[in-house]
Design a protein around this ligand. Structure first.
Ligand code: ADP
Ligand code: MG
Length: 212
């Protein structure tokens, strides 16, 4: 399966979730490649930090931040059980190429009005690609939830009156995720029984249940 994390909004958690989902699938014994489709190369930066940390490599990370990346993905997919694509912010053409390459698209959104307003851009892009690729399935996932806040409760309603559904799981705001990104680590390695790792296991299972 080719799973893309996409949103033209930066800082919503595409890279964090892409790396952790790749890591969790690898932990489950799958052969995984992660494509860094962001010219800012944050996932490649994570791989570099990881190499310095001397932790074992768990999945391949390939930099492919160009508009014809969808032509390369089928070969990479044949060599792996799963391909994860970490999408770019802003650039619509690159995001379009990511959607063309993917089977499933997960759109992270953070609690707050800004994400609610800007979601239309990515929804429109998904709909455009679905015209010629009807089996492309997309879902929102709420990331960085702080339970009990008014803003978290507000998320429960208006955001998801949209053609695109929401995964029945959420990823909470956890310091461990932020630490992992800069240090080349995965939450499940530092705290295998921790809550961050639990969020990711549930996210991976929910993505697995997404159907076209
Ligand atoms: N669930 C989370 N809990 C805490 N920090 C998070 C979480 N998700 C993302 N972050 C932090 O938010 C910032 C942006 O996340 P990132 O994955 O780089 O987003 P994007 O790839 O969409 O730009 C990073 O500093 C990251 O560590
Ligand atoms: Mg990113």
């Amino acid at each position: 399966m080719i799973i893309a994390f996409a949103s033209q909004r930066g800082g919503v958690g595409k890279t964090t979730l892409a790396l952790h989902v790749a890591g969790e699938l690898a932990r489950r014994g799958k052969r995984v490649a992660l494509i860094d489709a962001d010219p800012q190369e944050s996932a490649l930066g994570w791989a570099l930090a990881r190499a310095w940390s001397e932790r074992p490599r768990r999945f391949a990370i390939i930099g492919l931040a160009y508009e014809t990346l969808y032509r390369e993905v089928p070969d990479i997919a044949r060599a792996n059980d799963h391909v994860i694509i970490d999408g770019p912010p802003r650039t619509a053409r690159l995001t379009h190429a990511v959607l063309v390459a993917a089977d499933r698209v997960v759109i992270p959104v953070q609690p707050g009005p800004f994400d609610i307003w800007t979601r239309h851009e990515i929804v429109d892009l998904v709909k455009q690609v679905q015209v010629f690729k009807p089996r492309l399935t997309a879902a929102f996932v709420t990331n960085r939830v702080i339970p009990g806040t008014i803003i978290a409760r507000a998320m429960a309603k208006p955001l998801f009156r949209s053609e695109i559904g929401r995964l029945p799981v959420e990823v909470r705001q956890r310091v461990l995720f932020a630490e992992c990104l800069s240090r080349g680590l995965l939450a499940g390695e530092l705290e295998p029984q921790g809550r961050a790792a639990g969020d990711i296991r549930r996210l991976v299972s929910a993505i697995g249940r997404l159907r076209p």
